[in-house]
Design a protein around this ligand. Structure first.
Ligand SMILES: Cc1ncc(COP(=O)(O)O)c(C=O)c1O
Length: 387
């Protein structure tokens, strides 16, 4: 299916050119409506009966499982944040002093501090792999360096599909293959890719795929997802949440305590996971992504940004090599003569929204963006180059 612009499904200000999904997705009207319904339900708590705690969560797990090609929806936990899902993984991976954890340079803090702490606590080594800025193909070289760093002391590789700052595409298939040879755990933070770039957790043999929900998954803030492979399913949750135990739906006998958790990754759910506002919103958002189709969304964004990226490549503002980054998230490196304050002012006066991350201007379009949005952005950048 060829997707057309979906802007009418959002409430974006018509005067605004929002090219910043990597910061936060705008709210779909349907997601907003689901949230309002959940909010209003608490006016009359008697309408929130026992079923309300349990009926939407399996639907949400199934929709997420479909999105990431997981066969068992119970391998999905509903978490509060990416850091929550990553901490759960860190707490349950068997590892020992002398082993190492591999991350990439400038990893997002939620996918860094957790491994730094684990390494400190266990006497392990944290290895951060930096890109070679002089390499002919920076992305290919970075991937090669990661693969070369994996050895029989590697307990964990924690990485993203696309680097959050500049969209660098990491070759998850090849990294996974090498990691399997040493029996390491493969942890992926999908916050900046899942929902716009297809991912298959089973094919990639990922042990934990963790995503905050408010960016490419188009959900609200403070809810996210975490998938765990079978070998991580029987671990220790971060908290002992009553809803995660067997028979928790039998309110009259909750103090017949049980050692049994509900099956799979449900034990890793955040407390008060039944959140009557956020859960229906998140479900609505994931269903919309499934309805559009992630590959169709990716194709829309690819076509939309093609000519702009060609221009930027010719001017040396973005990396030229094939497969260096995904068009949903890229970083424009402005030459030093450009006055970035003047450029920021031009963006502000034209209502163009993108983010400065590291040394670049990060742009991240999605299905609500139009050719006009990107033409305006391109024009402002080209203008700034002249000065
Ligand atoms: C790659 C990545 N991971 C995670 C997050 C959010 O982390 P958390 O949900 O722990 O706040 C972000 C936010 O920008 C991100 O870019």
């Amino acid at each position: 299916m060829k997707l057309t612009c979906q802007k009418e499904l959002f409430s974006l200000d018509p005067a605004v050119h929002y090219i910043n999904c990597a910061y936060m997705a705008p709210l779909l009207k349907s997601v907003e409506a689901a949230g309002i319904e959940g909010l209003l339900a608490k006016r009359n708590p008697q309408t929130l009966d026992g079923n309300s705690f349990f009926e939407t969560l399996p639907k949400l797990r199934s929709a997420i499982a479909q999105l990431i090609h997981a066969t068992d929806p119970n391998q999905i936990a509903i978490v509060a944040s990416a850091s929550y899902g990553l901490s759960t993984a860190a707490q349950n991976i068997p590892c020992a002093a002398g082993q190492n954890v591999i991350v990439v340079k400038d990893e997002f803090p939620s996918n860094y501090y957790v491994w730094e702490r684990l390494c400190k606590e266990k006497g392990m080594n944290l290895i951060s792999i930096a890109p070679d800025e002089n390499a002919e193909d920076r992305t290919a070289n970075w991937n090669e360096q990661i693969i070369a760093a994996i050895n029989d002391k590697t307990a964990i590789v924690a990485i993203e599909n696309t680097h959050w700052m500049d969209g660098t595409l990491f070759n998850l298939a090849v990294i996974s293959e090498r990691l399997q040879q040493v029996d390491g755990y493969f942890i992926v933070d999908g916050t900046q890719s899942v929902g716009i770039l297809d991912i298959d957790v089973a094919a990639l043999k990922i042990d934990a795929l963790v995503c905050a929900g408010y960016k490419w998954l188009m959900g609200p803030y403070s809810i996210g997802m975490a998938y765990y492979s079978e070998r991580l399913l029987n671990g220790k949750p971060l908290e002992e949440n009553w809803i995660a135990r067997e028979r928790s739906d039998q309110f009259a006998s909750l103090t017949n305590y049980t050692d049994q958790y509900r099956p799979g990754a449900v034990r890793y759910d955040v407390g008060e996971t039944s959140n009557f506002i956020l859960v229906p919103m998140f479900l609505e958002a994931i269903n919309q992504l499934l309805n559009w189709g992630v590959n169709n969304m990716h194709e829309y964004v690819t076509q939309l940004s093609r000519s702009m990226l060609e221009t930027f490549k010719e001017k040396g503002l973005v990396v030229k090599n094939e497969n260096a980054f995904s068009p949903h998230l890229c970083s424009i490196q402005m030459p030093s003569h450009v006055n970035t304050e003047t450029l920021s002012a031009a963006f502000a006066s034209n209502n163009v929204f993108a983010s400065v991350r590291g040394t670049g201007l990060r742009i991240s379009p999605n299905v609500y963006n139009t050719k006009d949005d990107l033409d305006l952005l391109e024009g402002l950048i080209l203008e700034a180059l002249k000065k």
